[in-house]
Design a protein around this ligand. Sequence first.
Ligand code: FES
Length: 120
Amino acid sequence: MEHLKKYQWYKLAVNIAEINFSANGIAEFIVGGKTICMALHKESLFACTQKCPHAGGHLSAGYIDATGNIVCPLHSYKFGLQNGQNTSGEGYFLKTFPVEIRKEGIFVGFEENNLWNWIK
Ligand code: FES
């Protein structure tokens, strides 16, 4: 059903070089007053909420492991950057967002129907 979703797209940067990634490959962006993470892994970009779904750890202070999981700095739960799956098995789900690299810049998409539900 992914193809039926409608997104509102926000431009985050002109290009990858403009993004201020920390040494862990993660950058924070404020979009609509809320904070998300942009992660760079094997030359691909991924976006997710900044708060860990377990207990609110700041994922921007975590790290990305070799298989493309973002690892929370508080309790080391792991989430796949591609789909938010809790790969360490605790049963949580990390909200992720599509990223598009266009000639006009780098965009992140939020579902139109429940644009801000993920930040409650
Ligand atoms: S707050 Fe992230 S693993 Fe516990």
